[in-house]
Ligand binder design. Sequence first.
Ligand SMILES: [Zn+2]
Ligand SMILES: [Zn+2]
Ligand SMILES: [Zn+2]
Length: 171
Amino acid sequence: MAEHIIKNGRGQFSTISLPTPLIQEVDKIVKEWRYWPTKTDFVREAVLQRLATYRKNNPQRITWPCHDCGVKEGELHKDGCDMERCPKCGRQLITCDCSDADLEGLPRIPYILVPNLCALCGIQWPDLFTVPDEEWQKYIIPPLQDKVLCLACYEDQKKLFPNGWASVNRQ
Ligand SMILES: [Zn+2]
Ligand SMILES: [Zn+2]
Ligand SMILES: [Zn+2]
């Protein structure tokens, strides 16, 4: 996230004015601690931290236009878009098994981005990672095995069942 902001924001910083006593205090901290190269770095870090806290307390849905045809949410996909949903089964139209006759007369489905969620903590779009099947089946209980988990929750499960969930039976 931070990297994203810096990349796009370089050269287009806006100025934030702070009351003089506050600037003097920041100046003092930056000089004494020598951790932040400049006052701006100090302020930027404070802002990013505040923003992270705000986002945590006010979760907002993450969304973007259709990555294939570019339409916005609420619009119909452009003709031939791979992300077109089947009006009958709701799956991706190019991969579902419905026939033309099944779809006859059904309304097309507008684009809405449906997020991947961690099945345990609910975080949106967790970073994907791969583990060998064997390991996954050892630490993740069967009802969760076909679900998406974030790395933090996966690590939690490993801590909870250091010898795998099945070993609880032998304790
Ligand atoms: Zn599309
Ligand atoms: Zn279908
Ligand atoms: Zn999680």
